[in-house]
Ligand binder design. Structure first.
Ligand code: PMP
Length: 369
């Protein structure tokens, strides 16, 4: 059978390769899974059950149910100060759905898309799938934060988009407001649209500004997967200028149709949830991990999300160190999965403290033996 050439431009996620390597492990210390370990809050679960019982199981409007759109617009106003119009929001099937539609709507063959490196794995593959060319902005020398100067330098007449993620997977870094303002200036001057993936915005251990406060041509992607711990429910939303939201809605109509109805109704209960205990717990876990690891590993200051980006000491590559860790029943991800370099490892700290401590102590032993 002949496959379409577009699928030949992408390969299976490197994360899956590590999971294959680790399949034989029994009860490993698993520091590789990028999702929360707390359950969906009962209020949200009960809202989902009530929605099913009330027969709210049909298609919704392509744009999403009006109550959720209204709630999300209010959230944007609170978080970014920005007022989007009613037709500048689309409820999506997770941030993945939003990314897919936004890139589908914005990338033409040969368009260059700037991606700060390290990056979330999906970005480069989706850009390639849609015929775009990923252009990586190496951020290793600037604290894993993209700078306006680097963006300016990377621009060509084909540059169309910049894809940022703050707080970031895999580094946990947050792009500070002054940097975002500088980035916004360059993008405005060059006519570059920014896609801002803010899926981890709730897990911020300090101020977490959004570029949409400074740049009109921003498509902001927000997700419920991590904040509500409902990764399997596939919910998020996109806010952006009407033209792009219209285009994304048109594509959603012929692809996803709508985001899952039950998840949409359940998310309406979101504001009743007190997120503070979960955020506090992850802040404590971050501190615990940094405390044990940091004398041995150089760690990018983790401002948010639930990841640590640690440099492998002693000249081993990320892959080599991960193989050593797997041989000792601990699962982490090599930096090369998220980067054009393979000098780091990504550690996810959403596991119980006892396992975290055991994992961190093991990693230190492996790095020093
Ligand atoms: N963006 C980033 C940076 C992520 O880490 C993830 C999930 N790992 C996603 C997007 C996709 O999330 P969703 O479940 O909302 O599709």
């Amino acid at each position: 059978m002949k496959l379409a050439s577009r699928v030949g431009r992408i390969d299976a996620s490197g994360i899956r390769r590590i999971f294959d390597l680790a399949r034989s492990l029994k009860d490993p210390i698993n520091l590789s899974i990028g999702q929360p370990d707390f359950p969906v809050d009962d209020t949200v679960k009960n809202a989902a059950i009530a929605a099913i019982s009330a027969n709210r199981n049909s298609y919704t409007q392509t744009q999403g149910i009006p109550e959720l759109r209204e709630m999300s617009l209010a959230e944007e106003k609170t978080h970014t100060g920005r007022t989007w119009a009613a037709d500048e929001i689309l409820v999506t099937s997770g941030v993945s759905g939003g990314l897919f539609l936004a890139l589908m709507a914005l990338v033409d063959d040969g368009d260059e898309v700037l991606i700060p490196d390290p990056y979330f794995v999906m970005y480069k593959h989706l850009v390639r799938l849609f015929g775009g060319v990923p252009v990586y902005l190496d951020t290793y020398a600037t604290g894993f934060v993209p700078t306006p100067e680097a963006i300016e330098r990377a621009c060509t007449p084909r540059t169309r988009l910049l894809l940022i993620n703050s707080p970031a997977n895999p580094t946990g870094r947050i792009i500070p407001a002054d940097m975002l303002q500088g980035i916004a200036k360059v993008c405005e001057k060059r006519g570059i649209t920014v896609i801002s993936d803010e899926i981890y915005r709730l897990f911020a251990y300090g101020p977490c500004p959004s570029i949409s406060s400074f740049l009109p041509d921003t498509v902001t992607l927000v997700g419920h997967s991590k904040s509500y711990a409902m990764t399997g429910w596939r919910l998020g939303y996109a806010c952006g200028p009407k033209a792009v939201i219209d285009a994304m809605t048109k594509v959603q109509q012929y692809s996803f149709v709508c985001a899952p109805s039950v998840a949409q109704y359940a998310a309406l209960a979101g504001p009743q949830v007190d997120h503070k205990p979960n955020i506090g717990a992850y802040r404590d876990k971050r501190d615990l991990m940094v405390g044990i690891l940091s004398p041995t590993f150089e760690i990018a200051p983790p401002d948010g999300a639930f990841y640590l980006w640690a440099k492998v000491p002693g000249g081993l590559s990320g892959q080599q160190f991960v193989e050593k860790a797997i041989a000792n029943n601990c699962l982490i991800i090599p930096g090369g999965v998220f980067s054009e370099r393979d000098t780091h490892i990504r550690i996810c700290y959403t596991v119980p403290d006892a396992k975290l401590r055991a994992g961190a102590e093991l990693l230190v032993r492996l790095a020093t033996s």
